[in-house]
Ligand binder design. Sequence first.
Ligand code: PRP
Length: 187
Amino acid sequence: MMQGHEEFLEEVLITEEELQSRIRELGAEISEDYQGKDLHLICILRGGVIFLTDLMRHINVPHSIDFMAVSSYGAGARKSTGQVRITLDLTASIRGRDVLLVEDIIDSGNTIASVLELLKTRHPKSLQVCTLLDKPENRETEVPIHYRGFTLPDKFVFGYGLDIDEFYRDLPFIGVVRADKYIPRNP
Ligand code: PRP
């Protein structure tokens, strides 16, 4: 049995209202910048999905979406390994398109750096990064961030796409885990 999140929630760091209001602003900014362009949003599974689906409903220029998956953190592990592997590739070509990568969080920066390196070789017209959350204190690889929702302190956060052992992604807010209260799930 999984615990209810109330049992280990230390605090709500970003409320649902704060998230939604910032996402509306980001959508407006992106809409303005990509007017007349061939906007193609790429979401890195799985954490970014919730953000993508909310964000795209506030982008009022025509755009398409695609998904890719990479592995960086194993379930249960909380530190980046510094290596990523493509586990699911894009469906469509990005050649000549204005690509915007949509991420839930940039932490060490290793995931997005590897993805950027790979996608550059496929000749998009432009390639930019939008992340809901930025945790700069843990950065190992410098990455360009063109759109940033919130800057976070170095805390173990969950909710709104971010999991703990693959659960709790559905929560509408970003919370901080009370590590001494969370009971790790047995696989
Ligand atoms: C998270 C997040 C980013 C990455 C950021 O994904 O969605 O892709 O970690 O960390 P980094 O900057 O240290 O590389 P995760 O690997 O946890 O997979 P998930 O999205 O399926 O939860």
